[in-house]
Design a protein around this ligand. Structure first.
Ligand code: FAD
Length: 428
């Protein structure tokens, strides 16, 4: 039993949705394109799960955040896919892939063949068990990667009004969940092994601004240690969290955000991998010319840095999807992807954007001591601006730091850059 398509997108997340829109815009014919996803719903804007989805009132629910609303594009509801002749195979995992035969075998036993495959399998949340701690299955231990996780988290929040939560991990899922829990009137303690939050991106100074703000909202931080075990009650619910430094903390619920791992398993031994992802060229083509990879699972050349990167952010998922489809449909008109990494986050009333690379010397501007203020930083590497961060900017200001990072102006005097601050980007 089987079906054949010209184009198959494996995975039904952010990049799949944006790829589908681009295929339709470029005139794919009815019945040529298929999306296979193990999620039961059409592609949606995953970042909403730690933001609007967790609000105590007027929470975001599907269909309001299907792709591609996050980039102010059309909202692709199941009806949209039907109208455009795109086959959605939902709630169906792919359990094996054969890139030589150009076939995928689904969990329902169907073989789906393709001429061109786009791998958009994203990543999965790392589990505590991978770090030697048991308890992920307890009903009050939550992860957050998909809608099912988000529903479980909402249930956990609702089942302990005014209760105590531990958030394990200080990355953006941990930070955003902690803020959402507080908005839901849950008391939060954050635990992570690093010296400060958002350790991969923030400097200690930037992190301190957010940590102080979080403390002012009642969040406790336990840094420099990790979870060592849970205590459970007779129903298997976690009652206490034991940390490696000997601390024991009573909890009603636990949220775990300890990183992700790209879903490359189906292609190991078949495609070249790099940086934990599927290695692709500047048009997202893998080591097999019929297979492309986009989004979190793809390691692609970032021209501006002169090296391969695998990014775990929504903007690169959207843009890599668009570029790959352009390369597939109009190869002669599509050049190499030229991308400046862009990350953002929104917590409480705060909102930041970051462009480029956090390498080199850091030049700060604005008032980093007052909560609610506008401040930012530039990264200057080998005499050029390579990265820029801004909290609390206007649209024009964010556009200005994006442009400045893209153009990499030479900087001779760091003190002068500091004096000009945001004005440097705005007038550049
Ligand atoms: P995904 O969106 O993860 O989609 C992958 C899809 O593939 C899923 O549907 C999955 O079920 C499916 N799949 C995987 N394997 C198989 C298989 N074998 N068979 C069938 N289907 C399969 N980024 C930001 O820049 N800013 C943010 O504020 C932000 N917030 C976030 C908040 C949360 C809670 C999360 C989880 C992520 C957030 N991100 C954010 C990251 C962003 O959502 C991801 O970078 C983006 O979703 C990546 O898109 P993708 O298509 O590569 O993968």
């Amino acid at each position: 039993m089987g079906r054949a398509f010209v184009y198959v997108i494996l995975g039904g997340g952010v990049s799949a949705g944006y790829a589908a829109l681009e295929f339709v815009r470029r005139g794919v014919s009815h019945g040529e394109l298929c999306i296979i996803s193990d999620e039961p719903v059409a592609p949606y804007e995953r970042p909403a799960l730690s933001k609007g989805f967790l609000l105590p009132e007027a929470a975001a629910r599907l269909p309001s955040f299907h792709t591609c609303v996050g980039a102010n594009e059309e909202r692709l509801t199941p009806k949209w896919y039907k109208e455009h002749g795109v086959e959605l195979v939902l709630g169906t995992g792919v359990k094996s892939a054969d890139v030589k035969r150009k076939t995928l075998l689904t969990t329902t036993g169907e073989t789906i063949s393709y001429k061109i495959l786009i791998v958009a399998t994203g990543a999965r949340a790392l589990k505590l068990e991978e770090f030697g701690v048991n308890g992920s299955d307890a009903e009050n231990v939550c992860y957050l990667r998909d809608i099912a996780d988000a529903n479980r988290l909402v249930n956990a929040i609702q089942s302990c009004p005014g209760g105590n939560a531990i958030v394990i991990g200080g990355g953006y899922v941990g930070m955003e969940c902690a803020a959402s829990l507080v908005i839901n009137k849950i008391n939060v303690t954050m635990v992570f092994p690093e010296a400060h939050c958002m350790a991969r991106l923030f400097t200690p100074k930037i992190a301190s601004y957010y940590e102080e703000y979080y403390k002012s909202r009642g969040i406790n931080f336990v840094k420099g240690t990790v979870l060592s075990s849970f205590d459970f009650d007779s129903n298997g619910k976690v009652t206490d969290v034991n940390l490696r430094d000997g601390t024991k903390i009573s909890v009603d619920m636990v949220v775990v955000g300890i990183g992700i791992r790209p879903n490359t398993g189906l292609f190991e031994g078949q495609l070249t991998l790099e940086k934990g992802g599927i290695k692709v060229n500047g048009t997202f083509q893998s080591s097999n010319s019929s297979v492309y990879a986009i989004g979190d699972v793809a390691a692609f050349p970032v021209k501006a840095f002169g090296e391969m990167r695998r990014l775990e952010h929504v903007d690169s998922a959207r843009k890599s999807a668009k570029h790959a489809v352009s390369a597939i449909m109009e190869p002669d008109k599509t050049g190499e992807f030229d991308y400046i990494p862009f990350f953002y986050s929104r917590v409480f009333t705060l909102s930041w954007q970051f462009y480029g690379d956090n390498a080199g010397e850091v030049v700060y501007y604005g008032d980093l001591s007052a909560s609610g203020s506008t401040f930012g930083a530039y990264w200057v590497n080998k005499g050029h601006i390579v990265g820029a961060f801004l909290e609390g900017g206007t649209r024009e200001e964010y556009e200005a730091i994006a442009k400045t990072t893209r153009l990499r102006p030479a900087i001779e005097d760091l003190n002068e850059l500091e004096r000009q601050g945001l004005g440097f980007a705005v007038t550049f």
